[in-house]
Design a protein around this ligand. Sequence first.
Ligand SMILES: C[S@@+](CC[C@H](N)C(=O)[O-])C[C@H]1O[C@@H](n2cnc3c(N)ncnc32)[C@H](O)[C@@H]1O
Length: 308
Amino acid sequence: MTSSTDPKTDSEPDTTSDEGVQQRDPQAAIDAQSEGRRAELDDRIFEHSAGDQQEGVPFVGAGPGDPRLLTVAGKELLEAADLVVHAGSLVNSELLDAYCAQAELVNSVGKDLEELIPLMRDAYEDGDTVVRLHSGDPAIYGAALEQMDALEHEGVPTYFVPGVTSAFAASATLRTQLTLNEVANHVAITRPQGKTLTEDEDHISEFVGMGDVTTCIYLGTHAVRDTMDRLLEDGHDPETPTAVVYHASWPDEDVIVGTIETIADRVEDAGYRASALVLIGDAVTGAGYERSFLYGDWANRGSERTSE
Ligand SMILES: C[S@@+](CC[C@H](N)C(=O)[O-])C[C@H]1O[C@@H](n2cnc3c(N)ncnc32)[C@H](O)[C@@H]1O
């Protein structure tokens, strides 16, 4: 077993910043960490569980927006931080005001790895308590692992602290479940084609075509019209329930409900181009489900009862 804080190798290119600080090429660091992981799993996987306070820089999920939807672990870490590097407008400033009053705040938006990694590394090596704060949960479209790998490669340990992802806030707002007996057996977390995904990598139509899937589209507010047009072209039922939840759990939260056919007009009328979650599928309305086995026949199976 290895620790991913293995010392850096000398085979990688160094760069020197304007301030004369030596820094490593983040891509080389990512490649090295990733290769090491392929060869052997990190010991810490078996030594810690999610929620444990660990040595190093925690990558904390801020939750969807409402400061009260931050975890207790996240709150404690923020309150003890000297430096919080946060995800800009996707993190509610009320949360920063409430829990980071003692910390220096840095917005990560517009900063590349070459800037972010030395910033966090140097603060950590100077003895500061550093927190990297992502919106929602860092494991969902958070680009957290590349920062963690680059830091680990420089000898700075890191770990995840989960958060409430925005799909869960949106389903709570909609007063429904993403999985619902006889309606939706699966959840797809996805994003539409664009700069990151090619047309072939966009699987929204396939998920919707499966029928019993609730499709949760992140990073797709600006593309609602294109996405719905493609679904209609692919022959999906135009009446399929669809919702767009803007700023779930924020004070200006807005809920737009409709169908694959109607939702684009409504979102355009509202003027939203970002910061919303698109949900497609019958579970969006919460209608038509059957009672589950859990509180039916299974509940009466005595000692064989499962708590699934
Ligand atoms: C870069 S991703 C980050 C997702 C985040 N890690 C999470 O778990 O929610 C940003 C996208 O998440 C969604 N998002 C984040 N916060 C949201 C919120 N409060 N309400 C609705 N959608 C949100 C939007 O689709 C946005 O474009």
